[in-house]
Design a protein around this ligand. Structure first.
Ligand SMILES: Nc1ncnc2c1ncn2[C@@H]1O[C@H](COP(=O)(O)OP(=O)(O)OP(=O)(O)O)[C@@H](O)[C@H]1O
Length: 236
């Protein structure tokens, strides 16, 4: 999946500008940025829900996207059981043993007859993750996967994602406000503030002026100033 000099405008407002991203097979990339930085806009562009105003997004022909959204709301008048949602996955992509692995590891069996509307936040996250994995994606997009989870469930989910078995291994784009995990648990971080203001390995990123300016007061690292060749594009 490659984004090549992508802009997205609504009217005269530029939501994201000059975005260049390549995500390699098997690579996990974290996307961070302040509120309103354009993270969800970027996810919508990658999912093909909106089209770039300028630039190109190219994907491998066999790209299968999986998406775990930040929010999932079911209208109270629409009955939707967990098993109904999971039945929408393409059954041909995994065999029975592989599907069972997902059901067992995400503790889903007892949830199958339950209404989505009645699930807790943690249960909903597990079901949505299962829904995405059952399609055996080769790019999995997780939008704030830890939102609303208690610390134990968070640790468990990070571990599960980190240790996916070979048959589920895929590239991942993780949108997160959890700086602690991003800087500890990911190998490549992209920092978005309408444009990509810095990116790289966490250890490199933490010393850039842009990262310090946006997140320095939340993330304690010895500060070493490094001039950064980042061109700030004013939205126009
Ligand atoms: N359909 C729209 N029309 C007008 N403005 C929009 C639209 N969608 C998003 N925006 C604006 O674009 C900016 C980027 O929004 P986006 O949701 O992509 O940010 P974000 O980084 O995901 O934010 P957050 O961390 O708060 O979820 C925001 O200022 C938002 O108000």
């Amino acid at each position: 999946m490659s984004l090549n000099d992508v802009n997205f405008d609504i009217g005269r407002q530029r939501l994201v500008s000059h975005i260049n991203i390549d995500i390699a097979v098997d690579e996990t990339v974290s996307l961070i940025g302040p509120n309103g930085a354009g993270k969800s806009t970027l996810v919508k562009l990658i999912l093909g829900l909106i089209s770039p105003t300028k630039g190109q997004i190219t994907a491998h022909q066999a790209l299968q996207l999986g998406y775990v959204p930040q929010r999932f709301s079911v209208p109270p008048i629409l009955p939707l059981r967990v098993q109904d949602l999971l039945a929408q996955a393409d059954k041909r992509r995994l065999n029975d043993t592989q599907r069972q692995f997902i059901f067992d590891n995400l503790s889903l069996t007892h949830l199958l007859p339950r209404q989505m509307l009645h699930l807790s936040g943690g249960e909903t996250q597990r079901v949505l993750l299962a829904r995405a994995l059952l399609d055996k994606p080769n790019l999995l997009i997780l939008d704030e996967p830890m939102q609303g989870l208690d610390p134990d469930t968070e640790v468990w989910l990070y571990k599960f994602i980190d240790e996916l078995p070979d048959f589920l291994r895929c590239a991942m784009l993780v949108v997160s406000h959890d700086l602690h995990w991003v800087m500890k648990g990911s190998r490549r971080v992209i920092c978005l503030n309408k444009h990509i203001c810095c990116e790289g390995k966490p250890s490199e990123l933490a010393t850039t002026a842009e990262f310090q300016q946006l997140f320095g007061h939340h993330y304690e690292q010895p500060y070493v100033h490094q001039p950064h060749a980042c061109e700030h594009h004013a939205p126009n």
